[in-house]
Design a protein around this ligand. Structure first.
Ligand SMILES: Cc1ncc(COP(=O)(O)O)c(C=O)c1O
Length: 381
């Protein structure tokens, strides 16, 4: 039986009963379209895996490599990539902690880390606590990696630098092409820069778009990647992720302290594995729903907020809205929250190039998106 659109299954009343961050941070009269949680029910294969674990009391410590095997099969099937070797993977608690651990493997205290801003704000937070100064290499106006800018950033950062790539890119939704990734890899190699790729959004791409794993491109052999089912199947509350080493980074990953593998949850791993193994139809239904939501948002903005510029991204379920044309004196996200009762992410938190933008989470129903744009338009009329 075809899986129905997961984005149209839950009412706002049902969603308000949730106790997670998206629905509990703001008062009841605010529509929350901010943090990257999705307004979807759990995919049935995932729910079954969790239920089976609960029924069996299978809630102990994790064992085995089923998650990595499921990801390797998924990578082969979806991306035509057969280079994910299970023996070059490691379980980590989540993607951000995995990023931290990978950076510890390939850089030392005080070594700079290059990021393509505007970018996922926790990159800045985690790098600061890790004691790694950030060197920004802004994306170009089309939201793509600019090679000259990246070269300049690598040169400024010096030989001991690492590059934290976000692929697909949060917040712009840019899906880097194989050629762009290979160019970045060559540049990193020339500058002696090690690459850590955060590929958490990899399964979430628009119809007709192909995601390219960083480790699959020429020059990506000494890269390290982080992947997880958490964004594509909404499993952030079931902690688990995988670190993956390219063939030339195997020795680095082998130095990962054993205790890092104590962090991921066994039930989380079961859920993430079921998602990759049996959640393909659900994912396809989600991706079709997201295609529609991107088109809907573009239409609604053109009609009600023509001064807001939106270039639908090919990946992620996040929309990056350029609100500078509204001429607001303050942060547009604050205006939309205070006057419109819509919670969005403030672009300023995403680093250089983010001021005047907001990030809107499209992983909700068309009704919620329609109501949000109506409220946003009223807020600035
Ligand atoms: C690019 C990116 N990396 C990491 C995360 C967080 O992942 P985790 O909860 O596995 O640390 C997110 C969440 O939205 C994200 O967008």
């Amino acid at each position: 039986m075809a899986v129905p659109n997961p984005l149209t299954q839950l009412s706002v009343e049902q969603l308000r009963r949730r106790s997670s961050m998206k629905w509990r941070t703001y008062p009841e009269d605010v529509l929350p379209l901010w943090v990257a949680e999705m307004d979807v029910p759990l995919a049935e294969p995932v729910a079954q895996a969790v239920r089976a674990a609960v029924d069996l009391g299978d809630t102990g410590y994790p064992a085995g490599t089923a998650y990595a095997e499921a990801l390797a099969a998924f990578a082969r099937g979806r991306w035509g990539w057969d280079g994910l070797a299970v023996e070059r993977t490691a379980l980590v608690p989540d993607v951000m902690l995995g990023v931290v651990e990978m950076l510890k493997l390939v850089s030392g205290p005080g070594d700079p880390v290059v990021v393509n801003c505007p970018v996922y704000p926790p990159f800045y937070l985690f790098l600061r606590s890790l004691g790694r100064p950030v060197v920004e290499a802004p994306l170009d106006p089309a939201g793509r990696i600019d090679l000259a800018t990246l070269r300049d950033a690598f040169a400024r950062a010096g030989e001991r630098a690492a590059y934290l790539l976000c692929s697909p890119h949060n917040p712009t939704g840019t899906v880097h092409t194989a050629a762009e990734l290979a160019d970045a890899a060559r540049l990193a190699h020339d500058h002696g820069v090690r690459v850590v790729a955060d590929e958490i959004h990899a399964p979430v791409v628009a119809t007709g778009t192909t995601f390219t794993p960083y480790l699959s491109v020429p020059g990506g052999e000494n890269g390290l990647s982080l992947m997880s089912s958490s964004k594509a199947w909404n499993l952030a509350g079931l902690k688990a992720a995988l670190a993956i080493a390219g063939p030339e980074a195997a020795a680095d990953l082998a130095r990962l302290p054993e205790e890092v593998g104590h962090g991921p949850s066994h039930v989380g791993i079961l859920a993430h594995t079921a998602a990759l193994r049996d959640g393909g139809d659900w994912l396809d239904a989600l991706l079709t729903g997201l295609d529609r939501n991107r088109a809907l948002l573009a239409d609604l903005l053109a009609e009600h907020l023509p001064a807001v510029r939106y270039r639908p991204g090919q990946g992620t379920y996040l929309a990056w809205l350029d609100c500078r044309g509204l001429g607001l004196p303050d942060d547009p996200a604050a205006v939309f929250l205070e006057r419109g009762r819509v919670a969005l992410n403030s672009g300023a938190d995403f680093g250089t190039g983010g001021a005047g933008f907001v990030r809107l989470n499209l992983a909700t129903s068309p009704e919620v998106i329609t109501e949000a744009v109506r409220r946003m338009a009223d807020a600035v009329s």
